[in-house]
Ligand binder design. Structure first.
Ligand code: FES
Length: 257
């Protein structure tokens, strides 16, 4: 009776392991389907990691925003700074360094880093392109946008191009649905000093490829709406209602009361 139960339990455990574990890519990095850390030659706790001298000053500044007995509140901005410094992703030793600074067990930092999708646990490109995949952007063609990017760059989602320049990820609503579909370009090419996180809105499959090529040439494409007929979030072609000067609200005649 006992042996079959053990056999069944082992089989189930093996199935679970197979679902969660994916072998390394040819490049040596792990699939993002892997949602827990396994030591690898380029990502293990024995690799030394610390904030740069310039960023050590920023760490002090960030910590100064919180009471000294609540240092752990600084975990998100510190992880963000670590990710910027490390070219867009967080090796386990960077997370351990943050845990040491905020004086918590490393697991507390891993919990935060793995919960928020803006933190990457594997390498990304110097330009990480995030396609919004939520309903308004999807209805306006975000799948075609992603397909165009992946095809043009010759990668799968979350893979990095061979030259290390680009990767394509997906994010949920980034809060500019009025300009759907949109992508974000996260620029890790200049470390934490030149880090930018820019929105490109009202994009088309053709336009996102143009944006990629401009970035490749070292140009900075104009951010915001890519539709020349719109001004920011205004209607295409200009206003069609509320065309006259707004009237001031009627004032109450207090003397007549
Ligand atoms: S759904 Fe894409 S920005 Fe909101």
């Amino acid at each position: 009776m006992f042996a079959p139960v053990v056999r069944l339990a082992s089989k189930k455990l093996l199935e679970i392991h197979q679902v969660f574990y994916q072998p390394p890519h040819a490049s040596g990095s792990f699939s993002t389907a892997l949602n827990y850390h396994i030591d690898s030659p380029d990502n293990n706790p024995d690799i030394p990691w610390e904030f740069s001298e310039a960023n050590k000053e920023k760490v002090k500044e960030i910590l100064s925003h919180y009471p000294s007995n609540y240092k752990q509140s600084a975990v998100i901005p510190l992880l963000d700074l670590a990710q910027q410094q490390h070219g867009g992703w967080l090796p386990v030793s960077a997370m351990n360094a943050v845990a040491k600074i905020v004086e918590v067990a490393p697991i507390r930092v891993y919990e935060v880093a793995t919960f928020y999708s803006m933190f990457n646990q594997s390498k990304v490109g110097k330009y990480h392109l995030l396609v919004c995949g939520t309903a308004p952007c999807m209805i306006r063609g975000s799948r075609e946008i992603e397909e165009a990017l992946l095809k043009h760059l010759g990668v799968k989602r979350n893979e990095v191009t061979k030259d290390g320049m680009f990767s394509v990820g997906e994010m949920e609503c980034m809060g500019c649905c009025v300009n759907a579909p949109m992508i974000t370009v996260v620029d890790y090419s200049k470390g934490s000093e030149g880090y930018t996180y820019d929105y490109y809105e009202d994009v088309t499959p053709k336009r996102v490829v143009e944006i990629v090529e401009m970035l490749r040439r070292g140009e900075t494409p104009p951010v915001g709406t890519q539709n020349p007929l719109r001004i920011k979030s205004g209607p295409e072609g200009g206003n069609t209602t509320l065309l006259s000067e707004p009237k001031s609200p009627p004032c109450r005649d207090l003397d007549a009361c």
